[in-house]
Design a protein around this ligand. Structure first.
Ligand SMILES: *Cc1c(COP(=O)(O)O)cnc(C)c1O
Length: 356
């Protein structure tokens, strides 16, 4: 008997996928993944240690994470009357939504360039993906988006607000027009909300086909993997059927809940990051030959001459950022740098100048 080979069993679209690549960063200044550079204060860390050591790990977690959800509602001002759903990172929530709507030929629509997981997850779940290019200034091409909605009747539309990797906030009224024109769900992905100060949460009551997604990752808890989504019970009740039991582990539940009780710590850190973002932007703008794009997130997109060699020069000098060249044509010669501590940012500016 012939041994079964992966390429005769695995779906063609999976065989031709490239796995999401995470580069080695040991020993480097890590400014590639939009992590919060600060650690938690010592007293809070001590409190967490105590709670973790007394958490029974022989038992399954609370499948509904009731206490954690309560803390999230308070800390994040979730509108009363809206349901809340938790994911192992918001990536998992994107996947759950796609699985739920992936009828044969169903379309997932987003804009490009944006968060790459929308397209990847469309492929994982066998959906047809439609990516509508942004204008050259990274604003929404409304005429084109509305035409593609009309033509493709997407089951779900994802809009990152602020957008990754461009860093800008789209016009809120444009997004409202998209929600009104959509024949299906619209997810406003607010992963960078902490650095933007504007949200679609208050519009949930107005738009029954809107879900607002957030994550604790960019706020300072990337290692815990906790994302959440708010919206009307009509949708959340259906999506909950696809959530694997116990997707939020006991340690994430207890630690996240404790940190959320001190949410001011994280919001203060986000404020510091916004201050450093302004400093970094000003410094970048003094370097001749670099184009600096506006940012409402915790990273800055820049365009340099010869991005590949500049990126490599920066990397060899010990700083890891993200090279977006050779991806989307709108990102030609673009690099993305996460805002770090004051020192890390200064070091980045130094190695950038040495790499130009
Ligand atoms: C980082 C990011 C996410 C994923 O966050 P996790 O909760 O860590 O899975 C989702 N959406 C956007 C736009 C992001 O940039």
């Amino acid at each position: 008997m012939m041994l079964p080979k992966p390429d005769s069993i695995i779906r063609d679209e999976i065989l031709s996928l490239k796995a999401y690549h995470v580069p080695v960063s040991t020993g480097m200044i890590k400014l590639d993944a939009m992590e919060n550079p600060y650690s938690l204060p010592a007293d809070l860390q001590a409190k967490i240690s105590e709670l973790v050591s007394s958490t029974p790990m022989n038992r399954y977690p609370d499948p509904g994470a009731i206490a954690l959800k309560e803390s999230l509602r308070k800390a994040m001002d979730i509108p009363v009357g809206m349901d809340l759903m938790l994911g192992n990172g918001s990536d998992e929530l994107i996947q759950i939504i796609a699985m739920a709507v992936a009828k044969p030929d169903a379309v997932l629509l987003s804009i490009e360039p944006s968060f790459v997981m929308y397209k990847m997850i469309a492929t994982f779940t066998g959906m047809r993906y439609v990516g509508v290019p942004l204008n050259a200034d990274f604003s929404l091409d409304m005429q084109r988006i509305l035409a593609e909605i009309e033509q493709n009747q997407p089951a779900v539309i994802f809009i990152a607000y602020p957008n990754n990797p461009t860093g800008n906030l789209f016009d809120a009224e444009d997004i409202s027009r998209i929600i009104e024109a959509a024949p299906g769900l619209v997810i406003v992905d607010e992963a960078y909300h902490a650095f933007a100060g504007t949200s679609f949460l208050p519009r949930l009551a107005q738009y029954p086909n809107l879900l607002v997604m957030r994550t604790l990752s960019k706020l300072g808890l990337a290692g815990l993997r906790l994302g959440f989504m708010a919206g009307s019970a009509d949708w959340i009740v259906q999506l909950e059927k696809l959530r694997l039991p116990y997707n939020i582990n006991v340690l994430t539940q207890v630690v996240a809940q404790t940190v959320l009780e001190h949410i001011d710590v994280l919001t203060q850190q986000a404020k510091s990051i916004m201050v450093q973002r302004a400093v970094l932007k000003t410094q970048l703008e003094t370097i001749p030959g670099i184009e600096v794009f506006p940012s409402d997130a915790n990273f800055i997109l820049i365009r340099v001459p010869q991005a590949d060699s500049v990126f490599e020069g920066i990397r060899q000098r010990g700083v890891l950022i993200k090279n977006l060249n050779n991806g989307h044509p709108l990102l030609n010669n673009c690099l993305r740098v996460t805002v770090g501590t004051e020192q890390e940012n200064e070091q980045f500016i130094q190695v950038l100048m040495n790499s130009l």
